[in-house]
Ligand binder design. Sequence first.
Ligand SMILES: O=C(O)[C@@H](O)[C@@H](O)[C@H](O)[C@H](O)CO
Ligand SMILES: [Fe+2]
Length: 358
Amino acid sequence: MEMTFRWYGSKFDTVTLEQIRQIPGVTGVITTLYDTTPGEVWTREAIHALKEEVEASGLHISGIESVNIHDAIKIGSPDREQYIDNYIETLKHLGEEDIHLVCYNFMPVFDWTRTELARVRPDGSTVLAYKQSAVDALVPEKMFESIAGDANGAILPGWEPERMAKVKELFDAYRDVDDEKLFANLKYFLERIMPVCNEYDIKMAIHPDDPAWSVFGLPRIIINKENILRMMKMVDDPHNGVTFCSGSYGTNLENDLPDMIRSLKGRIHFAHVRNLKFHSQQDFEEAAHLSSDGSFDMYEIMKALYDIGFDGPIRPDHGRMIWGEKAMPGYGLYDRALGATYLNGLWEAIDKSHKRGI
Ligand SMILES: O=C(O)[C@@H](O)[C@@H](O)[C@H](O)[C@H](O)CO
Ligand SMILES: [Fe+2]
């Protein structure tokens, strides 16, 4: 595995490449062209410039998170053809620039959903949190407004203001899309892009839905072992793979994370590893990465990744806001750096135990 760090680009991120370069063991960044909108073609020039900037700092681009999918593709409307063609163009340009990993998600309307962006924990740190009762008390149009105030002025990934302004219309457009239709539209999309992925060896890594259940009645399919295995089989190509995100699959306590990892051997191309702390089944907050701070056994998660021979990029996921830092919620420097170091420590221990036959 390679330890990496998400970086939104110098125009958007409070964290610099120089800082990332000094986190021990981090060699790559996971980045994006944050000022593109879903559906747009990424130019080769823009990708090249990003790559040069990253490489000038002594790091390299380990993958893209995300090339977002236009709603027409998820809805399956006739104009999806154009947007799929655009996506293929983007993949081609990425391949030409020697980038071989693309993370994306297939969530209707909203990307990840949280009801609080700055819940205060007993140690004074703040974290993102989710409470089902708070979602149930909201109309979807108000979702964005209800959390935007705590965003530290940042644009939230997957919550593009232009799209959020049209939430009502989007909900209408998804009216006839149920789980089966969404599966079919995902299959259609993947079958169309697989030739270019094969040609340029681009590994597609779908990110799970977060939380891993339906929100506001919208269909959500990338939520559990059964569905993700169905998806792997429906387009049975190693380039059709997974971002294993412990914090997203882990929102559903019925998901056995190490078991899911083992069942996806060979198809996990990217891993997000973070911890959650549950207060009740549908009330949880993001914890520090350390097992004892949350509800997951992080050793078992890393061990499962190790055991399946995972060799792709891994990154700490959302971190707490600590030490007075002001950054995009979940994406400050300090706590994610602690997370990277902790995960590297677990990995070293697992690796050495394995080699010594312990
Ligand atoms: O919650 C986050 O910040 C991320 O894990 C997602 O936004 C993720 O990048 C996308 O869902 C992947 O397309
Ligand atoms: Fe994630």
